[in-house]
Ligand binder design. Structure first.
Ligand code: WT7
Length: 659
């Protein structure tokens, strides 16, 4: 594990911007958290802090006996408690005035829209929960959800949670093999999919992908299909296996009480890329996860009843789980959900949505902000953005230029920006400003959320002094932490808790300034963040070598001005195959099919050999130097230093050096 070379250039750019942004007084006046007292309270006894809010903010069927049982690295939160997330996100609001409040405001890509009040949601969730039961789904069974951004997706999640089934949402941008692997790893009994999903005006044939995937999935008994595209996406329904959502819910019973579940009952599995070729099924459980999602949504987004709150993420990622579905709904908020692409029909679509619904809070990614910068100010300037009062970012470091642009062009200098650091594994935001209490600095995620013990340590696990780079770790358990990797507890221990015993290792590098602010510099392992999406070098390499023409492959994440990082692949062909432009295109397409379009390399480069250490480990650091046009780093440990010179020469010859 090496700290990436990218760190230096990123840090230099971060340091150029030195302005500080205290909470605007008008914002602070009305903020839910106005002072830093909560940090002190949480620090003095973090267990008591979480227990207090678990009790006052959540509904429990039965109160817990003990807030935390910590046998490192195994955590149990709210031991003995009985709770249901679906009840907390839906039912409890239907007995208050919020019954008639909008829970989900959904905008379809073609411009159609639907609004679900909490009462509507209550009805739909119960109907589908009963439909699942009718299909034979029982508590503990896994259900894979493979759809686009349609309202049926959160409804299905809440329906699963209601009966104690474990959901596994697979991003609709993944294709057949990625879906099949994930279904098989979780041994799902039922798959929920959609006829076709809208993307930039065309239809993605989700049901067809699901059909192909399910052919290799022996555990799948039933497939439920949401009708969205209609005749635009004809589907074949297999009798006895496939059912239309609308037909099932039309005959399901309307009443399905939420099942009291153990606080540690598994809520969901969400697959994410790690440092090996096999995606990890991150396991989250019920009580602690809900508390983390609820408290962070409430305080970080300063949720008010009159807000239209919009997180632009896809529910296929953890951001959508925690900040479109569970966090906002548990708070009784109005959560806006958009089906399609940000540039359809035009590049002002997001701002058109802000204008249409008078959105107050917008939570998006640095890549999207940089894309908007590239598109130009005229798009946001066409729209009325005066309803916005708070902005957020997540997924990758935000460069200060993008932060300032977001602040000025979108927030008109009026809206605090919350740069939120967290991971699929952490379940909820861990490092972030509280917008009414914490002064922000462009490029810094600022300070840990109350109760979170984040630290930066060196190779030996010793905390480093201010302004020194190191590894980001978390030194105490937190309620929404992952509980394990599905089916692979050893990997859980190894991956997260072995490098720095007793501490959770994030895989990120970071530095703290003299004010204690965290500056995240990016992954220090073989994980790459492309446009905020998490990809594994080894996963892409394995997909490449599965191609008949490829003998060996190495991928690296290289700097990219818009996407943060892009994939550059170095490919050694099997003899008898010649480098060519069509083959490059074919390989890109191959990855698109094997994993999904988000994993397609930007650059493919053919080389005669790959740089390896004497123990045959590929030296990605050197390939990255080449892909980013740098002078080569230390090559002394290479088994054959000449390889590098050859690769570099031909890379330059192909005109890639300024990539
Ligand atoms: C990785 C986790 C958690 C939401 C979506 C991503 C990077 C995330 C930030 C941020 C700098 C960030 C880290 C982290 N990351 N947020 N605000 N600043 N880096 O979840 O796919 O599990 O990826 O995203 O590298 O480890 P994920």
């Amino acid at each position: 594990m090496t700290t990436q070379t990218q760190d230096t250039s990123l840090l230099e750019s971060l340091e150029k911007e030195r302005r500080k942004f205290p909470p605007p007084p008008e914002f602070k006046k009305k903020a839910l958290v106005k002072s830093k007292a909560v940090y002190k309270e949480a620090d003095s006894d973090y267990e008591a802090f979480w227990a207090k809010y678990a009790e006052t903010e959540l509904h429990w069927f039965k109160k817990w006996d003990k807030a935390l049982e910590w046998n490192a690295p195994w955590a149990k939160w709210f031991v003995g408690g009985q709770i249901n997330i679906s009840y907390n996100c839906v039912d409890r609001h239907t007995t208050t005035w919020r019954r008639t409040k909008a829970a989900i405001v959904w905008e379809g890509e073609p411009g159609d829209s639907r609004t679900f009040t909490y009462q509507d949601l209550h009805r739909e969730v119960q109907l589908f929960a009963n439909a699942l039961k009718d299909l034979g789904v029982q508590k503990g069974d896994r259900v894979t959800l493979y759809t686009g951004m349609v309202p049926e997706l959160p409804i299905a999640m809440l329906a699963c949670a209601r009966i104690g089934a474990v959901h596994s949402v697979v991003f609709g941008g993944f294709t057949v093999e990625a879906l099949r692997d994930r279904i098989n790893d979780s041994q799902a009994k039922v798959v929920i999919t959609q006829d076709g999903g809208w993307r930039r005006g065309s239809i993605v044939p989700l049901k067809q992908f699901a059909d192909q995937a399910v052919q290799g999935c022996p555990t799948v008994e039933k497939v439920v299909v949401v009708r969205r595209a209609g005749e635009k996406a004809p589907v074949t329904m297999q009798a006895g296996r496939d059912f239309w959502w609308h037909e099932l819910t039309a005959k399901a019973s309307p009443v399905c009480p939420a099942e009291p579940l153990d606080s540690e009952h598994p809520l969901y599995i969400l697959y994410t890329s790690g440092t090996t070729g096999k995606p990890k099924g991150i396991l989250h459980t019920t009580g602690g996860y809900l508390l983390g999602a609820h408290m962070t949504a409430k305080w970080v987004f300063d949720i008010k009843d009159e807000d239209y709150y919009w997180c632009t993420a896809d529910i296929g990622w953890v951001t959508g789980h925690s900040y479109i579905v569970y966090g906002p709904l548990s708070n009784g908020a109005t959560s806006v959900m958009y089906e399609g692409a940000p540039d359809f029909p035009e590049k002002d679509r997001f701002w058109a949505i802000v204008e249409k619904y008078r959105v107050n809070t917008c939570y998006t990614s640095p890549t999207f902000i940089r894309t908007c910068m590239k598109w130009g100010k005229e798009y946001p300037n066409r729209r009325d953005l005066s309803s916005l009062r708070l902005l957020g970012t997540v997924g990758e470091p935000i460069n200060p230029e993008a932060w300032i642009w977001y602040n000025e062009t979108i927030g008109k200098g009026r809206c605090p920006i919350v740069d939120t650091w967290w991971q699929t594994e952490t379940g909820s935001i861990l490092i972030t400003p509280l917008p009414g209490a914490v002064t922000t600095k462009p490029g810094s995620a600022t300070i840990p959320f109350p109760g979170i013990a984040a630290e930066i340590v060196d190779e030996q696990g010793k905390p480093v002094p201010p302004n020194t780079g190191g590894y980001l770790v978390v030194s105490r358990p937190w309620p929404s932490m992952l509980r394990s990797i599905w089916g692979d507890p050893d990997r859980y221990v190894k991956q997260y808790w072995s490098r720095f015993p007793g501490r959770y290792f994030t895989g990120d590098g970071a530095r703290r300034d003299k004010d204690g602010y965290f500056w995240i510099t990016g992954r220090v392992d073989d994980v790459v963040k492309v446009a905020g999406h998490r990809l594994s070098n080894i996963e892409i390499e394995s997909a490449l070598v599965a191609h008949p023409a490829v003998a060996e492959a190495a991928t690296v994440g290289r700097d990219d001005a818009v996407k943060g990082q892009a994939i550059a692949a170095f490919v050694v062909l099997k003899s008898g195959n010649n480098p060519s432009e069509p083959l490059k295109q074919q390989l890109k397409q191959w990855i698109g099919q094997k994993i999904g379009p988000i994993a397609r390399p930007d650059d493919i480069f053919f080389s005669a050999d790959l740089p390896k250490t004497r123990s045959a480990k590929i030296m990605r650091r050197l390939l990255r130097d080449i892909a980013e046009g740098r002078v080569l780093g230390d090559t002394t440990t290479l088994s054959d230093p000449k390889v590098m010179e050859d690769i570099r020469q031909s890379y330059i010859a192909e005109g890639k050096e300024e990539a």
